[in-house]
Write a protein that binds this ligand. Structure first.
Ligand SMILES: NC(=O)c1ccc[n+]([C@@H]2O[C@H](COP(=O)([O-])OP(=O)(O)OC[C@H]3O[C@@H](n4cnc5c(N)ncnc54)[C@H](OP(=O)(O)O)[C@@H]3O)[C@@H](O)[C@H]2O)c1
Length: 226
């Protein structure tokens, strides 16, 4: 299952897992043309559901529908996220309303999805949860500052992942940095294509086991300091 699957890294992950022969539950917030375009090639293995991870009602009702389609989720990729407006400096105007939306989306959203996915993950073969976080959520790696809202939201997501790993030791739950990627969020100057990022992510995710749980990793599997 992949959230935010209609564009960017989420769409790349969806295509990659479908091409590898997996069944994919792909969720989107509003636009699904890109996913519909895949249905002719993957009519038996691609299932799409609307879900806005900012709203519990939406997550809850989507999982009611998903449970009618499948009895298990082997791998949940909490990919959906937002950058928000750039809260660069405490000395300039800060949009706290926008920062709250970023926190709801990047931090609470994945936790909500995991909460409602858990009974299906428990029945899954792999029992893996991957949170697409960001290296800018690392306190140890923060040499530049800026992006207050986005950095804090991903840092808090890393903490949520660690908590999940302690509470659910039989599930492998990790946070990953996909690289700086050419998406709407990453922009055209990013050095890595979606395909490059996704190929590495998929290979690394496949190798994860319970002893990696709670960790923070590059797309290649190198650990990132918290
Ligand atoms: N690109 C990078 O360089 C980079 C670097 C580090 C980490 N990341 C992380 O990688 C993940 C994917 O990023 P991306 O670059 O692919 O970004 P993107 O191209 O901007 O796509 C973001 C995706 O998240 C979805 N989304 C946002 N808010 C949502 C909500 N409330 N409910 C459901 N879906 C929502 C979007 O749906 P809509 O189409 O409906 O807006 C879209 O599918 C994010 O978590 C991001 O923080 C990206």
């Amino acid at each position: 299952m992949i959230t935010g699957a209609n564009r960017g890294i989420g769409l790349g992950l969806t295509k990659s897992y479908l091409q590898l022969g997996h069944t994919v539950i792909a969720t989107y917030r509003k636009d699904k043309e890109s996913l519909d375009a895949l249905k002719s090639d993957f009519s038996n293995t691609l299932f799409t559901f609307p879900m806005d991870i900012q709203h519990e009602d939406s997550v809850k009702s989507t999982f009611k529908d998903i449970s009618q389609k499948t009895g298990q989720i082997d791998l949940l990729i909490n990919n959906a996220g937002r950058y928000g407006s750039n809260q660069a400096s405490v000395k300039s105007t800060m949009d706290f309303t926008d920062m709250l939306v970023t926190y709801q989306t990047n931090t609470l959203g994945p936790l909500l999805v995991t909460k409602y996915a858990l009974s299906l993950i428990e029945k899954g073969a792999d029992k893996k949860i991957v949170h697409i976080s960001s290296k800018v959520g690392s306190i140890a790696d923060n040499g530049m500052g800026g992006a207050y809202g986005y950095r804090a939201s991903k840092c808090a997501l890393n903490m949520i992942n660690k908590n999940l790993s302690l509470e659910l030791p039989h599930i492998t739950t990790v946070v990953m940095h996909p690289g700086w990627v050419q998406t709407d969020m990453g922009g055209a100057n990013a050095p890595i294509t979606i395909e490059e990022s996704v190929n590495a992510l998929v290979q690394t995710i496949d190798r994860f086991a319970t002893n990696d749980s709670g960790g923070f990793f590059e797309r290649t599997g190198e650990p990132i300091p918290f």
